[in-house]
Design a protein around this ligand. Structure first.
Ligand SMILES: CC(C)(COP(=O)(O)OP(=O)(O)OC[C@H]1O[C@@H](n2cnc3c(N)ncnc32)[C@H](O)[C@@H]1OP(=O)(O)O)[C@@H](O)C(=O)NCCC(=O)NCCS
Length: 247
């Protein structure tokens, strides 16, 4: 079903609503998703303890309210979930099947973010805006994207399917499918299974203007020292030869 969402800032855009799902099928799907992606789980019952489970359940309810334009109620449901789980999913975000948020604490998914199927997010991930855009301000993550712990993806661009964002990265522009992105700002280090040459990936040995200046001063000093020694030597020779140095 296609639905046009009238956003608070009056920038309408089309979102595709995923098939509605009953509670039982949702729980079954969550058990499968968490068992597939978290080796730490021991029994199906533990699923109910996962913040991801509670947050996504609340999001589904809040999103339905949002689509019916009950904006206050939608935010109320979502903010209750934030207090319980530390995961803030704006009710306006569009999320596919099989989302898994591991650990959860400090995860933020912005209003105009769109997530495909089987996306994995770790703790501390922000899918946010830069503050400079209007309308669609948050990223789109295609199917099977993984965003590692503490990574920030900021802006209204797309992360292509199967791509991985490394822990602690800050991604500010489009990423094609099947890539690995790391660093601040995020750079593609792998495309498909091919490693991308490092080139300007060196964030450790950055140019240091102060030590460059000091090195230049040291070289100048050395040159002057040599020149003075040379002059001294010549003067000594001239004195020995009894030549008037003033001539
Ligand atoms: C990005 C990541 C998913 C690895 O993806 P990958 O496609 O297998 O990439 P590789 O391990 O081959 O790494 C590719 C390059 O990026 C570097 N790299 C990987 N992760 C990085 C990171 N987070 N920051 C900076 N550089 C990183 C690697 O050192 C390697 O560099 P090299 O080519 O000079 O050797 C992984 O490193 C990562 O960040 N995992 C974090 C998962 C997480 O959040 N866990 C929390 C659990 S609680």
């Amino acid at each position: 079903m296609k639905i046009t969402v009238n956003r608070a800032d009056s920038n309408d855009f089309l979102v595709e609503e995923r098939s509605d799902m009953g509670l039982i099928s949702y729980i079954k799907e969550e058990i499968q998703v968490i068992r597939e992606r978290d080796p730490a789980i021991r029994s199906n019952l533990e699923v109910f303890l996962y913040p991801s489970f509670k947050a996504i359940l609340s999001y589904r309810a809040a999103h339905k309210l949002f689509l019916k334009k009950h904006y206050f109620l939608a935010r109320w449901v979502s903010q209750r979930a934030v207090r319980k789980t530390g995961i803030e999913i704006h009710p306006g975000a569009v999320i596919g099947k099989g989302l898994f948020i591991d650990h959860g604490s400090g995860v933020i998914i912005g209003e105009t973010a769109e997530l495909g199927d089987n996306v994995t997010l770790y703790q501390g991930v922000t899918l946010g805006g830069t503050g400079k855009e209007k309308g669609k301000r948050h990223p789109t993550l295609e199917d099977n994207v993984m965003v590692s712990a503490g990574a920030k993806v900021l802006g209204s661009f797309t992360i292509g399917k199967n791509s991985k964002i490394g822990a602690g990265s800050v991604v500010l522009k489009e990423v094609p499918p099947n890539c690995t992105v790391v660093g601040v700002p995020g750079r593609i280090v792998k495309m498909g299974d091919e490693r991308i040459p490092r080139m300007d990936m060196d964030h450790v040995h950055l140019p240091d203007p102060i030590s460059n200046d000091i090195r230049e001063l040291q070289a100048d000093n050395l040159r002057m020292h040599k020149r003075l020694s040379e002059i001294e030597r010549k003067m000594k020779c001239m004195q020995e030869d009894d030549i008037d140095i003033l001539d």
